[in-house]
Design a protein around this ligand. Structure first.
Ligand SMILES: [Zn+2]
Ligand SMILES: [Zn+2]
Length: 321
């Protein structure tokens, strides 16, 4: 799943891959092939726009240490910082899990156009780029999970690469618009995807307006970076550590700890087994906060048609111990 503040600061590939003529090094007498086209030199502009977002991304991590300069001195200050941190973590986490993931990538329930835009906005507040970009890459993950073409597999690549490396590598590409064509009829979503930095900047301004620089560092910066790595753990940890209930074609696993801090996303083996379900915790004891919120919203008619795993699916491909 993921990301960076300013989309304009987060370019696609630095250069297109050069066309390389196939050669057979084991055969010196092979017919000489035409020379490969010269690799186009990246412009100064593209170099700058490659370096800047990654530098800002790194600096955001370092800057979280700024909270040390804003240790709350009163109970009121502590409550404000904690409220901003946890409130924005939960709201934006819900935007990512229930919005970007379960709605835009998997269409696991239905809602109206206004709440649909709210979900996209909440997700974009997390500075993990726009709904089309995020959900498009996630669909690609399901299409090629732990196989060639998976953008972030800890099985094919290193844990580091699957966790964060893929985001800062020059392999990062725009999402395949074709894979998200079912959302084309909603121009507001594509607008938000284009200007995905707007909700993040407004969130930062909001935190500053509420509690000054302390609000900015605790409520925006630290909360954003913690939510980054919570989200990343689903891609890295949940394909390596945990239990497998279903025999899926990938290495996805259920991890209760990740599920706890990702609002239910850690039940990742369940999810790969039945991706279109609105819930990812399949047993009563598999806590899935995003689904609890969605269920509550369905009682008041904000969302509806929450898709469930079929009884047959729950019994199929079980791994018997
Ligand atoms: Zn996965
Ligand atoms: Zn998914």
């Amino acid at each position: 799943m993921l990301l960076f503040p300013l989309r304009c600061l987060w370019p696609t590939t630095l250069v297109e891959p050069a066309a390389v003529a196939p050669t057979d090094p084991s055969n010196d007498s092979a017919v000489e092939l035409p020379a490969a086209a010269p690799r186009p030199k990246p412009s100064l502009f593209s170099r700058v726009w490659f370096v800047v977002p990654r530098t800002v991304f790194a600096l955001m991590h370092v800057a979280t240490l700024g909270v040390l300069f804003f240790i709350p001195q009163t109970w009121g200050e502590a409550a404000t910082y904690a409220g901003l941190f946890f409130g924005l973590y939960l709201l934006r986490g819900f935007g990512i899990t229930a919005g970007y993931h379960r709605y835009f990538a998997h269409r696991s329930y239905q809602t109206g156009r206004v709440f649909q835009f709210c979900l996209a906005w909440f997700g974009a507040m997390a500075v993990q780029r726009g709904p089309i970009w995020w959900a498009g890459h996630h669909r690609t993950h399901h299409k090629h999970s732990d196989q060639e073409g998976d953008p972030h597999s800890p099985i094919l690549d290193t844990i580091w690469y699957s966790h964060v490396g893929w985001i800062i590598s020059d392999n990062l590409k725009d999402a395949d618009a074709e894979i998200m064509r079912d959302w084309k009829k909603y121009p507001e979503l594509w607008w938000l995807d284009r200007f995905d930095w707007v909700p993040g900047v407004l969130t930062a301004v909001f935190c500053y307006a509420v509690a000054g620089w302390g609000g900015f560092f605790w409520g925006f910066l630290l909360s954003t970076v913690v939510l980054y790595h919570a989200t990343f753990c689903v891609n890295s940890v949940c394909h390596l550590v945990g239990k497998r209930r279903f025999e899926t074609s990938d290495r996805s696993r259920n991890n209760w700890l990740v599920a706890l801090y990702t609002l239910g996303e850690g039940w990742h083996n369940n999810h790969h087994h039945y991706p279109s379900a609105a819930r990812q915790g399949f047993k009563w004891y598999e806590f899935d906060l995003s689904y609890c919120i969605l269920k509550t919203l369905s009682w008041v008619g904000v969302v509806w048609n929450l898709r469930q795993p079929t009884p047959r699916a729950l019994q199929s491909k079980l791994i018997r111990k």
